[in-house]
Design a protein around this ligand. Structure first.
Ligand code: DC
Length: 225
């Protein structure tokens, strides 16, 4: 349980490429720490879903700007996980549709979209300690957090993981788009702790992260006093 000595606004950043294992790790890590889990990719996916629902061409930036001005992007907490609502609707079941997979990199490279998501992520820290996973969380969104991890896995392992999830996801194409975009490309923040998850279980990855967090002063023990 959280004690009266709880320090608010701690952010653990978990960045990495698609299918690197960051969602499973970040969700469980948040549970162990008693933090809220935020999947920033899901926010980009929800916005992409909304744009596709509106039948807007993902290259039509004027139309996208108009749609973003009139949409209400809100959130709710479910089991200590942040869920995004678009005009009051929870699009969770559509976030991994093929058409969202195919278009999310094109939508998420737009500066106006990145600004909205960055602003939302900062808002969430006002009430909650967070574990946030994404691409630019340690490098751009929360550059001052000392708790930064970059999880990676070989392209072969990542493809196998997606196939095992029964998903069609052009990882190589998304990697290329995410690494090469001009705004907030996927980079390893210079002070991030890098973990290759190719041959590690989720449990082992979490162990490593918790060990590292403890070394730098953050861990479940701080809630026990
Ligand atoms: O984590 P994910 O694969 O669900 O993310 C979907 C897309 O969202 C990803 O291809 C790039 C984008 N994204 C981003 O640009 N920045 C983030 N912090 C998180 C995701």
């Amino acid at each position: 349980m959280h004690s009266s000595q709880q320090i608010f606004q701690q952010v653990v950043a978990i960045d990495g490429p698609a299918a690197s294992g960051k969602s499973s790790v970040a969700r469980e890590l948040a549970r162990r720490l008693g933090f809220v889990y935020v999947n920033s990719g899901a926010i980009y996916r929800a916005i992409t879903w909304h744009i596709l629902q509106k039948r807007i061409d993902v290259e039509d930036t004027d139309c996208i700007a108009g749609a973003l001005e009139s949409v209400a992007i809100t959130s709710s907490l479910r089991d200590a996980e942040l869920c995004i609502l678009i005009d009051g609707i929870d699009p969770a079941e559509h976030l991994r549709d093929n058409r969202v997979n195919e278009n999310v990199s094109r939508v998420s490279r737009l500066p106006m979209v990145r600004q909205i998501v960055g602003r939302k992520l900062h808002e969430y820290t006002s009430n909650n300690d967070l574990v946030v996973e994404g691409r630019d969380i340690g490098s751009v969104v929360f550059p001052n957090t000392p708790y930064k991890f970059y999880v990676d896995a070989s392209p072969e392992v990542r493809l196998q993981r997606r196939a095992a999830q029964g998903e069609r996801d052009e990882i190589a194409l998304r990697d290329h788009a995410d690494f090469s975009r001009p705004v907030s490309p996927l980079v390893i923040a210079k002070d991030a702790h890098v973990i290759d998850t190719s041959h590690l279980t989720i449990e082992k990855v979490i162990d490593r992260i918790l060990t590292r967090l403890k070394e730098i002063g953050l861990g479940p023990s701080r809630f026990n006093d």
